[in-house]
Design a protein around this ligand. Structure first.
Ligand code: AMP
Ligand code: FES
Ligand code: ZN
Ligand code: ZN
Length: 309
């Protein structure tokens, strides 16, 4: 296989674009497209202080690497969730993040959830009799990423979500016709409260194969192990199904996502109908209720409703 641009040896074939590229031209295209996504969705500008939420995986470390390389005002934030899973998942991820910070000279803040919450994620799920650890984890991650990034003086939380993640979520939300979740699925979620940062996902148009290739070609050390609680998760089933469809019909994922973004304009809630966020009476962070989901979790008095955050 030859690179479509220089006829050199291709390292990747992007079937959805019918495009084979060599290392140099793949990296060039990947970075150009990312910067275009950032501009197109008005995610953030170069001077703005942004925080990349890094999990130690290929996607988020790739985003941090790319933004740092292109001179953005960027720092990292790693949340230590206290997940062991038989092989020290959180420890391993933390080491990769620290290694990255040292190697590239990027500031990364490590925040241990247990120090504030009093529990690790698995302990909190157990305490709440919640067998779906990921659900509790999702709420806590969203809360702490926003809170700590806000304390760090950032305007935006950037995550490494890729096309496979987004399409799997979209598929699940569509199967349930869950409008409230569909409305909140976008490459950029604007800030609707002074303490609620924008959330940006600059890699949403890249497949996992592309983001992995970008990390590998740049020699970025990343954790390959998945979170032990993701085993059997619905999102993994959806990813498998979508990969099967993509195999037969390349480009399906990208079309599904792009068409959704066009459709989204029609289901958007008009500004005047948007629920106004208040400040939590306990921690002061934005919430629709008097006390936010995380503070209620800490007090464990009211059942958790994930849509509260
Ligand atoms: P996930 O929800 O695990 O698919 O991760 C989606 C994105 O959330 C990642 O690309 C990261 O940007 C962010 N993220 C996940 N886990 C962490 C973590 N422990 N600390 C900071 N950011 C995270
Ligand atoms: Fe949260 Fe796996 S990363 S449960
Ligand atoms: Zn080339
Ligand atoms: Zn609170």
């Amino acid at each position: 296989m030859k690179c479509k641009i220089c006829k050199g040896k291709a390292v990747i074939h992007l079937r959805q674009h019918n495009l084979a590229l060599c290392k140099e031209h793949f990296i060039e295209r990947f970075e150009r497209e990312t910067l275009r996504t950032i501009r197109k969705f008005k995610m953030f500008d170069k001077e703005e202080p942004v925080v990349v939420a890094v999990s130690g995986g290929k996607d988020s470390l790739g985003v941090l690497y790319l933004l740092h390389k292109h001179g953005y005002n960027v720092r990292g934030l790693y949340l230590d969730l206290g997940i062991h899973g038989g092989f020290g998942y959180s420890e391993l991820s933390k080491r990769r993040v620290e290694e990255f910070a040292e190697r590239y000279g990027v500031e990364v803040r490590i925040f241990t959830i247990q120090h504030d919450l009093g529990y690790t994620i698995p302990e909190m799920a157990e305490k709440r009799y919640e067998p779906r650890v990921c659900r509790v984890c999702g709420t806590l991650k969203r809360y702490y990423l926003n809170k700590i990034a806000h304390e760090m003086g950032a305007t935006t939380v950037v995550t490494g979500h890729n096309l496979d993640d987004e399409v799997a979520t979209l598929f699940g939300n569509t199967l349930r016709w869950d409008l409230s979740y569909l409305r909140r699925q976008a490459p950029l979620l604007p800030s609707t409260h002074p303490k609620l940062l924008k959330r940006a996902k600059p890699f949403v148009f890249f497949t996992e194969k592309e983001t992995a290739m970008y990390a590998i070609l740049n020699g970025i050390p990343y954790v390959r192990e998945e979170c032990p609680f993701s085993v059997g998760a619905k999102s993994i089933l959806y990813k498998e199904v979508l990969n099967r469809i993509e195999e037969v019909s390349p480009g399906t994922k990208l079309r599904f996502y792009r068409e959704f973004l066009r459709f989204m304009k029609e289901i958007r809630v008009p500004e005047e109908e948007q629920v106004e966020l208040k400040e939590c009476q306990v921690c002061g962070m934005p919430t629709v209720l008097e006390v936010c989901a995380v503070c209620r979790m800490k007090g464990v008095t009211v059942p958790l409703n994930p849509s509260d955050q």
